[in-house]
Design a protein around this ligand. Sequence first.
Ligand code: NDP
Length: 333
Amino acid sequence: MLPPMTDQMKAIVVERLGPPDVMEIRDIPVPQPGEGEIRIEVEAVGINFADVLAVAGEYLTRTRVPYTPGMEFAGIVQSLGEGVTHVKVGQRVACLGGSGALAKYAVVKATGIIPVPENFTGAQAAAFPVSYFTAYHGLKTLGRGQEGEWVLVQAAAGALGTASVQLAKAMGMKVIAMASTEEKLQLARDLGADVTLLQDDPDRVQKVREAAGGKGVPLILEVVGGKRFQESLDMTADQGRVIVIGNASREPADMRPVELMKRNLTVTGLWLTSMMADREATVAAAKALTPLVASGQVTPQVGPTYALDESARAFQDILDRKTIGKVVIEPGR
Ligand code: NDP
């Protein structure tokens, strides 16, 4: 039996862009599902670095205020708009894209939902789509990683990092994991990383090159950017591939295209939002991920969980690099 509805709900509202403390908890009207839409009672919201950047006004797309953040979440279908027939009330679903999930209820297009594997909790379902699809596209679709090949994973204990380590190992690759603390490196080792290295190790470039047989790594998943970007090029083997997935340092990077030419390097950008428009690539990724999820070879690493009124702290903890695994906010808590 679903709980009775009131017309107001708790939600995070951002009226001006800035640091995490611009997020305020407010009472706002419960959204009503229109034609082709469904209302979901939000169980868990997966927080990505992109959410932090969006609130700061530094994301790839413009953030329009006022708005309620939260682009990736899981919950229970609570009511159906007109014309929705393929979804059942009471079903657990995951959703990706848009905003509005940092609230007790969210309304989405019924066509946009993602089925949730039976063995997933709500938190795991909310921690899965962005990190694992991005990891797959970085390692395989764009990275063209091969079994037995070395890959360097930066921020390896984060949401994308843990997904990348797990997936690379499941694909038979050899992993060098970098992160900022020993505790983070321990998680990377637990997930199967072959070599781990502190991000601030003074000899990191040389150590990475040596770990991969002396010639550098053929594939790097680059998420830090700034001055670290040049280091990534220095760590890459001739003819290697650097997949630019993020810029967690929030610093500009210099690149000398001539260096790419000299060493036959490939630098490729990856943004999941635009990859999702490539239906063939999305279907291939889902096809590859489904058996790995079913067999338990990849399991979302849910990190710290927070209540809705702790959202600003959750965002700040990501910025302060305090979190391990995927940060999840639970509005029903
Ligand atoms: P994480 O859970 O990995 O958290 C961010 C991590 O970035 C931190 O834990 C930290 O790990 C690392 N980091 C390195 N330098 C800094 C810095 N100067 N300030 C803060 N953090 C830093 O987040 P996500 O998994 O959401 O994202 C990881 C990266 O991947 C981000 O850059 C994000 O934008 C990108 N991303 C891009 C996607 C795309 O479609 N292009 C999709 C998903 C993620 P450590 O302390 O170990 O260095």
